[in-house]
Design a protein around this ligand. Structure first.
Ligand code: SF4
Ligand code: SF4
Length: 384
């Protein structure tokens, strides 16, 4: 019997473990380099770093359970064999009570990881793991250090449902699959026509999931909650303590209707909302992007597709110039689907973004600042 090492202690890793047990495959350990995971042994399988595995001379075929599998493949030596979790989790999935995440959210994460690995296996497909759709500039809180730059909006507005639906219909038509559209603001439940927006978005077939990112200040009304019972819809609640004044009511409403949700405590904030040109050398601008933990938070704002919410909102606020190469005007992509797909593929692959020179960047392990410090009025800034 061969031995296996599951790369990634996460819901996909747990699903892979269960599948291995079903196949009578021997799993020696998980491999996970994140410090935070060291003490978690709920599944009875030890968790070791890649360094520890190599040092202990543990041998086995790696089952890569990380979404960004290309990065892990590059880490492995030529002598280290691997398969992707997507290759063994392509059939009906066993019913698992996950140790690493709430069950319904864990199942969505496994679906997302498998979809991303399948996109790696089939590069001819145009796949997007997630895109933030900013439906409103309004927020019910005013956080001094909001990384989406809401603290600068003096006259924030909602976007018209018809425009939002048109942009998403056109945009999604170029893709084979968009796994998740994340409805953001500001606070998405500030938008008075959010039910209309959601009802139409649900109909777009190549969008698999729609997730609200909410600060738990506004409980959706009953008719909206009814639409949210769709298995396609979920919510990611950030818990800001007392500021999330309706979190218990929101959770109760979601529980009563079996709406999928997850709760995260606010934390790990970095100082990254100072918009000004730094005049870095081009290699440093590229490095700022490469080291940035927000670089894959693709964002649609006012009909334009951006690499991240900082670029989207800094340009929307006119706190920096619109840099033409750094966004795509969705409605200008046109009827030639193949041509549009090539433009989008190039956009997704790029690693140089002149806009990053207006941003401090967000390091994965940067200095943490207190979350959600409230201010009384919008912050002043200079328009270009
Ligand atoms: S709650 Fe705070 S961090 Fe979240 S969008 Fe509103 S202002 Fe930004
Ligand atoms: S460094 Fe670039 S990718 Fe990262 S948040 Fe700033 S502008 Fe966006």
């Amino acid at each position: 019997m061969s031995d296996y090492i599951i790369y990634g202690y996460c819901p996909t890793g747990e699903a892979a473990l269960q599948e291995c047990l079903n196949r009578n495959w021997n799993v020696v350990c998980y491999c996970d380099d994140r410090e935070i995971k060291r003490d978690h042994y709920e599944t009875g399988v030890p968790i070791l770093s890649l360094k520890e595995i190599r040092k202990s001379n543990i041998k086995g075929t790696f089952i890569i359970a990380i979404a960004n599998c290309g990065q892990i493949i590059n880490k492995l030596d030529n002598s280290e064999e691997y398969i992707l979790a997507a290759e063994i989790l392509d059939g009906p999935r066993p019913d698992i009570n996950y140790a690493t995440k709430k069950k319904d959210m864990a199942n969505i994460e496994v679906d997302a990881f498998i979809a991303e690995q399948n996109a790696y296996l089939h590069p001819e497909r145009l796949f997007l793991r997630n895109v933030d759709l900013e439906i409103t500039e309004r927020c019910s809180m005013r956080c001094r250090d909001c990384s989406n730059l809401m603290q600068y909006y003096e006259h924030p507005k909602n976007f018209a449902p018809a425009d939002l639906i048109h942009w998403m219909t056109v945009f999604s038509s170029y893709f084979d699959e968009i796994f998740e559209v994340r409805l953001i603001g500001g606070e998405p439940f500030m938008h008075t026509q959010v039910q209309e927006i959601l009802s139409e978005l649900i109909k777009l077939e190549n969008i698999r999931q729609i997730t609200f990112y909410t600060n738990a200040t506004i409980v959706p009304k009953d008719s909206l909650l009814d639409v949210m019972t769709s298995p396609k819809v979920g919510a990611c609640i950030t818990d800001y303590g007392d500021l999330s004044r309706n979190i218990h009511k929101m959770i109760q409403a979601f529980d009563e209707r079996h709406i999928i949700y997850d709760v995260h405590e606010a934390g790990m904030w970095a100082k990254c909302s100072d918009i000004r040109k730094r005049n870095r050398a081009s290699e440093d601008i590229e490095q700022t992007f490469i080291n940035c933990c927000a670089k894959n938070l693709y964002t649609i704002l006012d009909g334009k597709f951006f690499r991240c919410p900082f670029m989207a909102n800094a340009m929307n606020l006119q706190a920096m110039p619109y840099i033409e190469d750094d966004y795509i005007d969705i409605c200008s992509l046109g009827d030639d689907r193949e041509k549009a797909r090539l433009i989008l593929k190039d956009f997704l692959k790029r690693s140089y973004w002149a806009s990053c020179d207006y941003c401090s960047g967000r390091l994965f392990d940067g200095e943490e600042i207190p979350a959600a410090i409230q201010i009384a009025a919008p912050l002043p800034y200079e328009k270009v």
